[in-house]
Design a protein around this ligand. Sequence first.
Ligand code: XIL
Length: 361
Amino acid sequence: MSPSLFSRRGLLVGASAAIAGAACAEPPSLKAAAKRAGRRFGCAVEPQTLAADGDFRDLVAQQCDLLIPENAMKWNALRPSADAFDFAAADAVIAAARAQGAQVHGHCLVWHEAMPNWAAGPIDGPTARDRLEAHVGAVAGRYRGAVASWDVINEAVERNDRRADGLRRSLWLEALGPDYLLTALDAAHRAAPQARLAISDYGLEYDHVTWMVEKRGTMLALLRDLLRRGAPLHALSIQGHLLGAEPASFGLGLRRFLSDVADLGLEIYVTELDVNEQTLTGSAAARDAIVADIYRRFVDTILNEPAVRFVATWGLSDRYTSKTEMFPHADGLDVRPLPFDRDLRPKAAARALQAAFQRAA
Ligand code: XIL
């Protein structure tokens, strides 16, 4: 047998094995599918769960090449008092990501929620500036090189607060004015010059919800203004908390918004994807089908935009989701917002995500 024939036969055997493998692709590998589409797939994690549940940890490692700390990098986790830091939980997320070769997206350096009591009250400008710069510098600096990208500011826009610029009247805004955004971005950039810095928000997803469409405009104006002022800003994080009760209106409006963001030279991250199915009724399979369709429509739309660099779900399995406490079903049905079920089996949503990445590849 000639060597070339031998190698051709080898190729053929290899190819048919690959096809057979694809045909019974159980479980899906979302990170592999995302990679072929030039993206990453990730999820939010709690270090306690990863440590306590080996099966869940294996699923995360198998599916994700990006991790986001769900709570471990918020002020109330990091700051027991004004003069102390507790990095244990945050360090554990970094260690878990390192162990599985995943990138880390940090969340979040500045937010009006999750503040410890000692830091929650109003403060004067100089104290606020010192506190903000010290916190952002210390946290971004500690994880320089370990955190690839950061939600530096979370949920800064609140149009109901009725300011002309649409900014939320947060503790930081009241003390420092709108400049707090630049102060925080500058401090993060000084401490971690390689990290990609993002502004994160919710309520940007739906084309038929008037306040969301208006919020897109507010957000674009804010991003444009920060860039004009020379802010070290590299990305917009869209949370992606989707709603089972709403029509999946992820159409031309969303596409246009994403391309406007990309035209500013920014990357786009989807950081907190899940589907609130609190109002859905019926069998688990029926609810899962509706949830999967919402995932499919949203992810198909956003993957049309090359600036979208990663998609992360807020948790991975229904076994661990903050929806259980925040949006339980009135009749005690199990909550099913995520791609994998409580038994860590892929649901229709996992297959929908996998297929969406395949279409985008
Ligand atoms: C949530 C966590 O999932 C909960 O465990 C915690 O009790 C409260 O915060 N938008 C955000 C996230 O930016 O940080 C929030 O996470 C969910 C809404």
